[in-house]
Design a protein around this ligand. Structure first.
Ligand code: OGA
Ligand code: MN
Length: 277
């Protein structure tokens, strides 16, 4: 079945016009999986889904991640909605790839807008394939074999008002080392830039910080970015292996609530390591 699609920017983001029943049936899921890897972000509008439908649709795309809070994770600041995990929410305001504390990150994540703030709270996405491809050859050569230490606590280093409980939870995660350039199995390359990336292995601190910042600034230039302005019921999904994302500021007491489901990935960050000499 050919999906009706409209690209939202040239490098990232495509609107898919379909309906809830078609999505849940799985009839277009193979096409969606292929498209999301080309376009980074897919937007479904006018396809309202309750939790059961969202889960059913997500299952047609691959194995669903069971988070501590269950298969539907509530992205919110509201402790009544997410008593244990709301304290991870402030990390969402900084550019990141989800789960850089793992070796095999999620493939695809889906957010379903249930409550929205009056002001702010758009979500931005950057295409890390397009950003890599557009780098000058000199930079591609410079970063080709670099490795970066990622720490969960680094993802929160710009958050001003962390509690001791938050700090302890973040520090409990083991650091991970990932290449700066992701060599994907299909031969494409993307940048692994994320606020969690704190240090380039074997490089002096000032030089390392400057290069990581320069790559982050590069990858988040407007030509690589799609900004999603939410409407209630929107379902937005991203390829977590080829994009970064972040939330724009919104009031903590706004009640903003997105229901998230995640498809487990099968491609390690260093998938291509064995292929290079
Ligand atoms: C997430 C996330 C961004 C947002 O759920 O992983 O980063 O806009 N969300 O809430
Ligand atoms: Mn995220």
């Amino acid at each position: 079945m050919a999906l009706k699609t409209t690209d939202l920017t040239s490098n990232i983001g495509t609107l898919v016009e379909t309906d809830t029943a078609t999505l849940v049936s799985g009839a277009v899921s193979a096409e969606i999986c292929a498209l999301i890897q080309q376009r980074g972000v897919l937007v479904l509008r006018g396809c309202p889904m309750d939790d059961a439908q969202q889960l059913q649709f997500t299952r047609t795309l691959g194995p669903v991640l069971d988070e501590k809070s269950g298969e539907v994770y509530k992205v919110t600041y509201d402790p009544r909605e997410s008593p244990d995990l709301w304290f991870y929410t402030p990390g969402n305001f900084f550019w990141h790839i989800d789960r850089t504390d793992s070796l095999v990150p999620p493939f695809l994540t889906m957010l379903n807008a249930k409550r929205l703030p009056d002001i702010g709270g758009d979500t931005e996405f950057a295409n890390t394939y397009a950003a890599y491809e557009a780098l000058p050859d000199s930079d591609k050569a410079l970063i080709d074999r670099l490795k970066v230490v990622h720490k969960v606590e680094a993802s929160f280093r710009f958050v001003p008002d962390l509690s001791d409980q938050q700090r302890a939870a973040f520090r409990a995660h083991e650091p991970k080392v990932h290449p700066l350039v992701w060599r994907h199995r299909d031969g494409r390359k993307s940048l692994i830039t994320s606020t969690s990336g704190i240090e380039i292995v074997g490089m002096r601190q000032a030089e390392s910080e400057a290069l990581l910042q320069r790559m982050m600034d590069w990858a988040t230039q407007p030509q690589f970015v799609y900004v999603h302005k939410w409407q209630l019921g929107d379902v937005v999904m991203w390829d977590n292996t080829g994009t970064m994302h972040k939330a724009q500021p919104y009031a903590k007491d706004s009640g903003r609530l997105l229901h998230r489901t995640t498809v487990i990935g099968d491609e390690p960050f260093d998938a291509g390591r064995e292929l290079v000499a």
